[in-house]
Design a protein around this ligand. Structure first.
Ligand code: NAP
Ligand code: ZN
Ligand code: ZN
Length: 346
């Protein structure tokens, strides 16, 4: 077992604190990674505070992990010492079910989450707010040289979670896409949808974000604080990607869809949200959802970002400021993703 340093939540109501634990010895197909950077996803906050239920403590959050391969097991063929690599929300899956065989590990009933999950042998998993991690080689991604490592970290969750639905709903030239919420996921959605050729509109409850939205690649920006936004844009969009983590009236947003349009939820409000049947009956609209993405698609997204010069806009923080960073995420005070500089753990 390898001694490992990190930061953990020890209960839903107390701040994260320094925490020592161990990583397993390398199995033949394992890769040991020195973690250099880890993004701070809003899901880390939801889970550290047990807002979805079922959280287990102590919990080392973090599933936007990048680093360098330190050691490989005897049968590893996909990665070598010194490679720049990443790990996202999944560290294993059953490998046998239909979803796994088709590259949709995110839907596998036996998938193993990077933290707040259980390995196949029942050991709790611990995430990337730590100096190292051991991961099965098939769940380790290659980071293209063109992307600076620190701004690549958020691609491992915010990037794939927005790329996957944009691809699934075949966004491209001529499509009108709205991104609701300009946060960590939202700002990646804008960059990716723009690179895919869509006409992108940002719908935000923070009017001050307009200039940033355009700089990130949006063609238009509307404040959702203004009620007239909803009458002006009624029936406009082919796809709405909703990244908001708070309760909001989805019915109002569904009415912004064109005939046969779809609103895809990626944000996870803590409480259920009521939807009126007429919101989807009118215009034959769809309300859908999408979780992260499979491993092959995550690699495809990283390569796409490398080719198009896309990475995340980040604020690098020392790990000692993690609790402050959480508070600032909740206030929407981050442009647009915090990334922990793991050398500050030393
Ligand atoms: P984030 O950086 O906090 O962004 C969320 C954005 O939502 C904010 O920037 C804000 O944008 C908007 N917002 C916040 N509170 C709001 C309110 N009360 N009313 C309206 N808008 C509000 O969070 P994130 O890391 O992007 O994550 C967003 C959500 O996606 C979280 O719930 C997270 O758990 C979830 N998530 C899901 C998946 C998945 O697989 N589906 C993966 C990762 C994360 P504006 O200021 O522009 O309005
Ligand atoms: Zn995440
Ligand atoms: Zn499976």
């Amino acid at each position: 077992m390898t001694p490992t340093k990190g930061y953990a939540a020890t209960s839903p109501t107390t701040p994260l604190v320094p925490y020592s634990f161990t990583r397993r010895e390398l199995r033949p197909t394992d890769v040991a990674i020195d973690i250099l950077y880890c993004g701070v996803c809003h899901s880390d906050i939801h889970q550290a505070r047990d807002e979805w239920g079922g959280s287990e403590f102590p919990m080392v959050p973090g599933h936007e992990i990048v680093g360098v391969v330190k050691k490989v097991g005897a049968n590893v063929t996909k990665h070598k010492v010194g490679d720049k690599v990443g790990v996202g929300c999944l560290v294993d899956s059953c490998r046998e079910c239909r979803h796994c065989r088709e590259g949709f590990e995110q839907f596998c009933a036996g998938s193993v989450m990077t933290y707040n999950g259980k390995e196949k042998d029942g050991t709790p998993t611990q995430g990337g707010y730590s100096n190292q991690i051991v991961v099965e080689q098939d769940f380790v991604l290659r980071i293209p040289d063109a992307i600076p490592l620190e701004s690549a970290a958020p691609l491992l969750c915010a990037g794939i979670t927005t790329y996957s639905p944009l691809r699934h709903w075949m966004v491209g030239e001529g499509e009108k896409v709205a991104v609701v919420g300009l946060g960590g996921l939202g700002h990646m959605a804008v960059k990716l949808a723009h690179a895919m050729g869509a006409e992108v509109t940002v719908l935000s409850h923070s009017p001050r974000k307009g200039d940033d939205a355009r700089r990130l690649g949006a063609d238009a920006f509307y404040s959702t604080v203004e009620e007239e936004t909803f009458s002006k844009l009624a029936g406009t969009f082919d796809l709405i990607l909703n990244t908001v983590s708070a309760e909001m009236d989805w019915n109002k947003y569904l009415r912004l869809l064109d005939r046969d349009g779809t609103m895809v939820l990626v944000g996870v409000p803590t409480n259920p949200v009521p939807v009126h049947a007429f919101s989807v009956i009118g215009g034959r609209r769809s309300l859908a959802g999408s979780p992260i993405g499979g491993i092959a698609e995550t690699q495809e997204m990283l390569d796409f970002c490398g080719e198009h010069g896309i990475s995340s806009d980040i604020e690098l923080v020392p790990i000692q400021k993690i609790n402050e960073a959480y508070e600032r995420v909740l206030k929407g005070d981050v442009k647009y993703r915090f990334v922990i500089d793991m050398k500050t753990l030393a």
